[in-house]
Design a protein around this ligand. Structure first.
Ligand code: HEC
Ligand code: HEC
Ligand code: HEC
Ligand code: HEC
Ligand code: HEC
Ligand code: HEC
Ligand code: HEC
Ligand code: HEC
Length: 445
């Protein structure tokens, strides 16, 4: 007979799970959105980036108008918008009445809406369904991009002036005008790389920089003027691949079905069953224009670049873990402000190292050597990944030179930390835990 007390841990863990779920629900119930919704208030501009949750129509104009009147008044008020709309397929579709202002925004000016993927999906079900299907693939993906940003600790911790930029890029999830901009909604525009590079550029994701440095980017630049962009993205229609050609196979509204390396942030096994399927999808893309063997070798070469980068990153992560267990990091966790939204950090201060211990906490409120590792991981490493993925050999070399340099200087810093730890050092708590800088940030974030 099993003693009855054995049930206690089972009941306790069931209660724990229920409490955890209730806590997540509660934390999503605030004025903002996401896991930290109770810790931030949306600015009015948020209504444009995430209209379903936050858009509030202005009450300044009263009346219910037919399309002709919207156009007449806005022709004077916002001539660019009307000109773009007139230029678009929506103003002159093949076999129906024009899709005009009220179809997307509504006709009652005090109850205007900003159209969400749901609204576009009323007429473009195929694209909306494909877009939503990205949820199967998890992160990263376009459809989950908004929650990915607002569920990040650094989204709530940083000043509003900066986090507005996060939601501008991550609004690729919450409205459909990221790649074919309003009000032209032109498919030809979306086929070109410029449609992606407003968001896909800069140090953590230099897709822009690496594509234009590749043979593909050079050919795109040479041929762009004489290319007919009105053709759909299909084999035979294009000589040079663009971002959408490769990532949105046959014009499908899915970017998440092929990528293996998950943004370059962590080491993955490119040869597991799921990734083998994804790799075949890539080979198929390349084979629109290249030989099969050539395509496979190029992609395997990217895996080799990744393996090499991770050797150095793993060595450096190991070194940081050693320094942590020797207690020589300075200032250490507990001597510096805890990561703001992290109550675990407040109660049990611990330096976070690498992807699995919590990304955001490993890049803010850290000691210099930890920050240097962050830059090695996020900038040098993510840069060389994108260079290898996109075929930019010079940037692969540059990325690996930066990785090697970072590893060397982090090793030198480690030697200094160990050396200095031999003599007692002042406790920096007083300097970091209170004072002007820390208090200022507490109030303004
Ligand atoms: C009599 C002139 C007039 C007519 C008619 C009119 N609008 Fe407007 N519209 C305005 C003005 C003025 C604003 C700016 C309101 C403000 O910012 O307070 C505006 C703003 C807007 C905005 C932007 C709202 C925002 O929050 O940014 C949209 C969208 C819009 N109108 C759509 C329409 C549609 C759709 C119709 C037809 C159903 C229409 N308008 C008819 C004058 C008009
Ligand atoms: C096919 C759908 C569609 C049609 C038709 C349409 N719009 Fe829009 N409009 C949008 C989208 C999408 C946005 C951006 C929404 C957001 O930022 O959340 C937008 C935003 C706006 C804005 C506010 C943003 C800005 O750039 O100032 C105004 C004003 C506006 N539309 C006016 C009009 C007028 C006037 C017409 C008719 C000539 C019209 N729209 C027709 C989809 C449409
Ligand atoms: C009321 C129905 C309706 C709504 C709502 C609507 N569209 Fe359309 N859309 C159409 C029609 C009709 C066409 C033209 C098809 C044709 O000409 O055969 C079109 C064409 C397009 C095209 C292709 C243009 C090209 O260059 O070939 C794009 C892109 C597009 N819509 C995007 C959007 C987006 C984004 C939204 C939401 C902001 C939206 N549409 C909302 C009906 C709609
Ligand atoms: C408005 C900004 C924006 C635009 C424009 C944009 N993206 Fe993205 N894209 C994002 C964001 C943000 C993410 C990261 C989402 C996340 O955090 O999960 C992303 C992720 C991706 C991914 C990673 C998906 C994966 O599973 O690995 C690919 C590939 C991608 N985008 C391709 C494109 C292409 C191709 C275009 C142009 C046709 C484009 N994007 C246009 C913002 C944008
Ligand atoms: C210039 C546009 C842009 C801005 C600004 C931006 N992001 Fe992103 N973000 C992206 C793109 C593009 C990706 C996808 C990168 C990839 O797959 O290569 C991404 C990926 C991410 C990811 C997923 C990768 C990860 O770390 O797991 C998170 C989380 C994220 N962003 C959060 C934020 C937050 C929070 C901010 C503001 C502090 C922000 N982003 C600002 C474009 C942007
Ligand atoms: C990441 C960029 C991107 C985003 C986000 C995006 N589109 Fe597109 N869209 C494209 C590209 C690229 C094409 C051209 C596809 C082709 O050549 O077949 C396109 C074409 C279209 C077309 C025309 C299709 C045709 O066969 O003519 C429609 C309609 C459309 N998109 C609707 C939407 C809707 C609805 C959403 C939001 C759910 C959306 N798009 C979001 C990039 C995007
Ligand atoms: C020749 C095809 C091709 C072109 C063109 C191309 N890419 Fe890529 N891209 C790839 C391959 C291959 C990968 C590696 C994906 C993997 O991990 O398997 C990749 C990776 C990415 C990723 C990271 C995905 C992840 O989760 O690891 C993003 C984001 C991305 N590309 C965006 C872009 C953008 C934006 C452009 C245009 C400026 C572009 N790509 C042009 C083939 C292409
Ligand atoms: C739409 C056609 C097209 C697609 C798809 C395409 N490429 Fe290319 N690629 C080209 C063209 C054109 C060139 C430049 C001429 C040449 O070198 O063959 C090129 C050049 C290259 C080069 C440089 C070759 C050299 O000798 O320096 C590499 C590497 C490459 N592609 C890899 C890939 C990979 C990997 C994929 C799939 C992820 C891919 N390409 C998909 C058309 C394409």
């Amino acid at each position: 007979m099993r003693p009855r007390w054995l049930l206690i841990p089972v009941l306790l863990s069931l209660a724990g799970i229920a409490a955890g779920m209730a806590w997540v629900d509660w934390s999503k119930g605030g004025a903002g959105s996401g896991l930290y919704s109770r810790e931030w208030q949306p600015d009015p501009v948020q209504g444009y980036w995430d209209p379903e949750r936050f858009y509030q129509p202005a009450k300044t104009v009263e009346g219910v108008y037919p399309a002709a009147e919207c156009i007449a008044c806005h022709e004077a008020l916002t001539p660019g918008i009307v000109a773009d709309w007139r230029d678009s397929r929506h103003s002159k579709p093949a076999n129906r009445a024009p899709v005009a202002c009220p179809d997307c925004h509504g006709a009652d000016h005090q109850k205007l809406r900003m159209p969400t993927p749901q609204v576009c999906g009323e007429c473009h079900g195929v694209q909306k369904e494909a877009f939503n299907s990205e949820k199967h693939y998890g992160f990263p993906s376009h459809v989950l991009a908004m929650e990915r940003a607002t569920d990040s600790k650094h989204f709530v911790d940083k000043p509003k002036g900066e986090t507005t930029a996060c939601v501008q890029c991550h609004s690729v999830a919450t409205k459909c005008d990221s790649c074919h901009t309003r009000h032209r909604f032109d498919a030809a525009e979306a086929r070109r790389p410029e449609a992606c590079t407003t968001c896909h550029s800069g140090p953590p994701h230099p897709d822009d920089e690496t594509y234009y440095a590749s043979a593909h980017g050079k050919r795109y630049l040479a041929d762009a003027q004489k290319t007919d962009w009105s053709k759909p993205l299909k084999k035979g229609n294009y000589l040079t691949p663009t971002c959408a050609y490769c990532h949105m196979r046959n014009g499908q509204h899915v970017v998440a079905d092929k990528s293996i390396w998950q943004f370059g942030l962590r080491q993955v096994n490119p040869n597991n069953a799921e990734n083998k399927v994804k790799r075949e999808r890539w080979v198929e893309v390349c084979m629109d224009c290249h030989d099969e063997e050539f395509s496979r070798r190029q992609l395997t070469d990217m895996d080799r670049e990744r393996a090499l980068a991770w050797q150095g990153l793993n060595r450096t992560e190991r070194l940081l873990r050693e320094l942590r267990s020797e207690k020589v990091l300075y200032p250490a966790a507990g001597q510096r402000p805890p990561y703001p939204t992290d109550w675990m950090d407040r109660m049990f201060p611990k330096e976070r190292i690498g992807f699995f211990e919590g990304q955001a906490s490993s890049f803010y409120n850290v000691s210099p050597i930890e920050r240097d590792y962050f830059e090695m991981w996020y900038f040098a490493n993510l840069g060389s990944y994108k260079a290898a993925a996109h075929g930019a050999p010079q940037l692969v070399q540059q990325g690996h030179a930066a990785l090697a340099q970072a590893e060397k200087s982090i090793a030198a810093e480690a030697a200094q930390l160990r050396d200095k730890a031999r003599t007692p050092r002042p406790d920096p708590k007083a300097l970091w835990l209170g004072g002007e800088y820390t208090t200022h940030n507490k109030e303004h974030n």
